[in-house]
Design a protein around this ligand. Structure first.
Ligand code: COA
Length: 317
């Protein structure tokens, strides 16, 4: 893989999120499952999650906010990329519904790379911008509650619903993306999967073990590709699957734990939506300043992993 030599890069100019109104606490789950708030909080970091809505509905809400924030009219968007592993329908792609409801006049496609989907989408969007698109709307949206077996305590405590979106706009010369890595270990797809029409099934301990390795290998490859070191990173925006996975990965990457952004306590694992939800939360809390180097890192079923190193630039120069 060559280092990036972009003649036409991109910057993120708008962002938005959507969460269903319904809050489900650990105590709510403990009312029907043999589990407890203490167990879930200690083992996962999750205290509550949001459940409800449709993938397209949440995507439209987050996408509209991102467009508004960027000050971009729907007619200006050249491509919609929707990362989701829980589409509304088998056919057509959920992005076509989102495109129509947002009033976009461009092409639209879904990307399914499970919980790595948003970063896969981010890299894809940059590729399209390098090839001539001016403005791309990228959304990660999920309703994992629809494929969760609510009687299985080993998975029901983890998964939830939500969406996050960003608008990317072209700039001459290199943009925000300094380096990236996309990976997949298809031989491990059996450790986390759902058949069509079925529920998520997971070998929790094995997913945990593999996730830490996959996250770190991907992050290190992206940092190398970007020509920066772990000590240059201002903030890590990791996929929110388990607080202990984040702890272990930060330790292994040699980045202080305080540099990890997190929303898992209130969102649970929202797959493709988790990284944009975490990114926007960090922006809202003033944790990101112009010039900061961010490391976005995801991993998920597949097993996929994906990382992007970004120099935050705020707005289109
Ligand atoms: N409440 C209470 N007890 C539970 C429980 C729950 N919700 N789920 C499992 N247990 C029990 C187990 O039955 C086991 O009991 P035993 O010791 O009597 O056999 C014990 O807790 C430990 O189970 P274990 O599976 O080893 O727990 P863990 O510390 O690995 O935590 C997960 C389980 C699922 C939280 C953890 O493995 C995990 O987060 N894995 C990664 C999952 C993930 O990130 N998936 C998405 C990837 S994108």
């Amino acid at each position: 893989m060559q280092n990036l030599t972009p003649t036409r890069g991109a910057v993120i100019t708008g962002w938005g999120t959507a969460l269903p109104n319904k809050v489900v606490t650990n105590d709510d789950l403990a009312a029907t499952l043999d589990t407890s708030d203490d167990w879930i909080s200690e083992r996962t970091g999750i205290r509550e999650r949001r459940i409800g809505g449709t993938t397209s509905g949440l995507a439209v809400e987050a996408g509209a906010l991102a467009l508004q924030r960027a000050g971009v009219d729907p007619s200006e968007i050249d491509l919609l990329v929707l990362a989701t592993t829980t589409p509304d329908d088998q056919v057509p792609a959920t992005s076509s519904k989102v495109q129509h409801e947002l009033g976009l006049t461009c092409g639209a496609m879904d990307i399914n790379a499970a919980c790595s989907g948003f970063v896969y989408g981010l890299v894809t969007a940059h590729g399209f911008i390098a090839n001539g698109c001016d403005k791309v709307l990228l959304i990660g949206a999920e309703t994992l509650s629809r494929i969760t077996d609510w009687s299985d305590r080993s998975t029901a405590i983890l998964f939830a619903d939500g969406a996050g979106a960003v608008v990317l706009e072209s700039v001459d010369g290199p943009g925000q993306l300094l380096g990236w890595n996309l990976a997949s270990m298809g031989g491990l797809r059996h450790i986390l999967h759902a058949e069509i029409g079925g529920h998520l099934k997971m070998e929790g301990r094995e997913v945990f073990r593999q996730a830490v390795v996959a996250m770190c290998e991907s992050a290190e490859a992206a940092l190398e590709n970007a020509g920066v070191s772990a000590s240059d990173v201002s903030l890590v925006v990791p996929h929110q699957a388990n607080i202990r996975i984040i702890d272990a990965a930060m330790k292994r990457l040699g980045i202080p734990r305080s540099k990890a952004a997190e929303v898992i306590h209130r969102t649970g694992n929202t797959s493709s939506a988790s990284i944009p939800l975490t990114l926007v939360d960090a922006i809202d809390h003033g944790r990101i300043a112009a010039g900061d180097i961010l490391l976005l890192v995801g991993f998920g079923a597949g097993m996929t992993s994906a990382s992007a190193v970004i120099r935050w630039g705020g707005h289109r120069p």
